[in-house]
Design a protein around this ligand. Structure first.
Ligand SMILES: Nc1nc2c(ncn2[C@@H]2O[C@H](COP(=O)(O)OP(=O)(O)O)[C@@H](O)[C@H]2O)c(=O)[nH]1
Ligand SMILES: [Mg+2]
Ligand SMILES: [Zn+2]
Length: 297
């Protein structure tokens, strides 16, 4: 039997998976037994492939995943780069906080990136999120501010870039890797690739062992991620709440405006940003309306 190779799945297209192996990128079909075992390969998966020669291979197995996202369909994300900007239309902090909570839930490091710093500073937001314990950086594709810092934060990781259309994801990826030429701005929108059709996910190399996916936007991580686990673990998904969670008077404290709540006391004392607590309350209310029986385990 031919020897198998291990490699990362970089993209999926028309029934083929493209796997990055020591022998180059192999165009693979999935062996039928994968389907019998209910496994669908995802971009980001580490696969075992049998080389068939001529740059082709057969995908025979998948290694266990660290996490998986539904939309975009990608596995094994180490970091989620969440782009926002202080340039109008200013990103709603609630959307950021929701994305951060979902990244935390999936064991994926959220990295906050306030982009277009050449047009508007976001120093206040940077201070807020750093104080909460999140890696945060201000970047500009125009001046190059923050690019080396962000490159360092991402080194050796598999990451996805998310944020509203037009926030600058593709421009930032191009700035991070001189080899990349992703379409940006008007051109990308005219071709219909900016707004709607960034459906197919593809990993781009940002240097040895570092991979990045460009994703369509905030809606991308929506419905499927609202699970029972998110509902029940919500307070600890706000990193800066953690030191206070065992200090509340009642063990079933919802940390909204309950008596003896150490979290709301920390907000009042200026130790938790009010905007973060507001986002928590909004998410808590949203999830409270969803009955447990309608959520996935
Ligand atoms: N001034 C400025 N404009 C930027 C910056 N990054 C991107 N842009 C512009 O913002 C628009 C949208 O960028 P794009 O990368 O296509 O955003 P995407 O939809 O998130 O991929 C384009 O016109 C870019 O030239 C930046 O750092 N500073
Ligand atoms: Mg883009
Ligand atoms: Zn509490």
């Amino acid at each position: 039997m031919a020897e198998t190779l291990e490699g990362r799945i970089l993209k999926a297209l028309s029934g083929f998976w493209y796997v990055h192996t020591a022998e180059g990128i192999l165009e693979c079909r999935a062996r039928g037994n994968l389907r019998f075992r209910g496994l669908t390969p995802l971009v980001g998966d580490v696969a075992r492939v049998t080389p068939l020669g001529n740059g082709k291979g057969s995908l025979v197995d998948l290694l266990p995943r660290k996490n998986a996202f539904v939309r975009p369909a990608v596995a094994n994300l180490d970091a989620l780069v969440i782009l926002a900007s202080a340039v109008p239309p200013v990103t709603d902090p609630y959307l950021l906080d929701r994305m951060i909570a979902i990244a935390e839930l999936k064991g994926c490091e959220p990295i906050l990136c306030f982009h277009k710093s050449d047009l508007a500073r976001a120093d206040e937001l940077v201070r807020t999120y750093r104080a909460c314990g999140y890696p945060t950086v201000e970047t500009s594709a125009e001046t190059g501010e923050g690019i080396p810092e962000l490159r360092q934060m991402l080194a050796g990781k598999l990451c996805a870039f998310t944020g509203n259309s037009g926030v600058g994801k593709s421009s930032l990826l191009n700035a991070l890797s001189s080899g990349l030429k992703l379409e940006t701005g008007e051109i990308s929108r005219k071709l219909g690739r900016g707004r709607h059709t960034t459906r197919h996910v593809e990993l781009f190399s940002l240097g040895e062992g570092t991979w990045a996916a460009d994703t369509p936007g905030f809606a991308a991580f929506d419905a499927e991620d609202v699970t029972l686990e998110l509902k029940h673990r919500l307070p600890e998904l706000f990193r800066e709440f953690r030191p206070y969670l065992s200090e509340c008077r009642f063990p079933d404290c919802a940390h909204v405006r309950d008596a003896g709540c150490a979290v709301t006391a920390a907000v009042a004392a200026g130790r938790i940003p009010p905007t973060r607590h507001n986002s928590y309350v909004r998410l808590h209310e949203e999830l409270r309306k969803v009955a447990d029986w309608s959520l996935r385990d």
